[in-house]
Design a binder for this molecule. Sequence first.
Ligand SMILES: O=C(O)C1=C[C@@H](OP(=O)(O)O)[C@@H](O)[C@H](O)C1
Ligand SMILES: C=C(OP(=O)(O)O)C(=O)O
Length: 449
Amino acid sequence: MSGHGTPIPMTSRKSGPLSGTASVPGDKSISHRALIFGAMAVGETKIAGLLEGQDVLDTAKAMAALGAEVVDHGAGNWSVHGVGVGGFCEPDNVIDCGNSGTGVRLIMGCVATSPFAVTFTGDASLNKRPMGRVTDPLALFGTKSVGRSGGRLPLTLVGTGDATPVEYTTPVPSAQVKSAVLLAGLNAPGKTVVIEKEATRDHTERMLRGFGAEVVTEVVPEGHKITLTGRPELKPQVVAVPRDPSSAAFPVCAALIVEGSDILVPGVSQNTTRNGLYTTLVEMGADITFENPRTEGGEPVADLRVKYSKLKGIEVPPARAASMIDEYPILSVVASFAEGTTVMKGVKELRVKESDRIDAMARGLEQCGVEIEEDQDTLIVRGCGPSGVKGGATCATFIDHRIAMSFLVMGMAAQNPVSVDDGSPIATSFPVFERLMADLGAHVERTNG
Ligand SMILES: O=C(O)C1=C[C@@H](OP(=O)(O)O)[C@@H](O)[C@H](O)C1
Ligand SMILES: C=C(OP(=O)(O)O)C(=O)O
């Protein structure tokens, strides 16, 4: 089992108004997919603006281990010389996906219909997460798997070289599960179908179409039906990775709660499968203007002008959960500074992320003086008002980047500093978080060392 590095304790404290431009790095979901689809294309894919976070670097390493030529040209420019659908070779060693659920689940999908064995592992967080949600549908292609109890990593997949396509209805709203099935279907002759009740992020469908695969999405009575025609020859692409709306959430939310702030966050996705947080913030009364709408890297984006705002609690519709699933931790921080109660229902998927995010947020918020209520599928935050959050606690982050960044944002507006026991996981998705927030005027620092 791979480990988890030396903890980096961090602290943030009340900051003056935030100002300036927050140019966040490339989208994590799109970065993983650019490397993986590039590795399955015939010829050289060029990628600009790749997120060089540890999650994505681990996927780059995995693609090289499977036979693709992956080259880092510096400054976010990468190239991948792909081996074609069905062209992966058996890796010499275990594939270590570190902290990344997206990495491991998508790569499992893309080796499932190759005739060899691959063993996957990850860090202490990833090795607790459920993999049965992926190995169950992959078994329908004929892929065998043996893992630890509960279908957890380390886990070995034995792929099949003569897969037949499958039709699968996802039991949980998950783009990772959907994508794993579609990627396995790439090397199965005929039509692989995934039906999802609620739409999840659609980067796999959009990007596979860009690489030349036939992928059709239809609205049907059961939800969304995605049909992929197997055994395409994927054509190499030039991919410009747009900025990550899930990372943008941190400076945006910080500006909303730090008095007097006024910042610009360029290139934030308006893809409706990703923008649920921004809709929610506007409903809470956030002063956000969406300027200069355009398309970047195949995604609809806008520049967000964000000003400090008096916010009110709302009930977030459960149907919106998939479009903001990674943003609930930071939303619960913003909700703490609102007047009134914010109710987040239909969020049980948060319990199987890098940590149990309902539990991690609930414990830390209580330590900071915020009243909460939770059940299996719900988090309720009773807002303390714009200057009512006490802070003054050290919150546990459970090897979870989003928990670490959320509590550090809380400290920027709370009455007392907020510390986290370990900020090191921030490097998985937002390696420049500290510098970017400091450049806006936030006080965030490493506590000792
Ligand atoms: O497909 C993806 O790129 C992702 C899907 C989501 O996970 P689930 O599919 O488990 O909801 C999300 O939480 C993750 O950060 C990225
Ligand atoms: C859930 C997340 O990532 P992953 O599932 O890829 O580990 C996340 O980035 O919030």
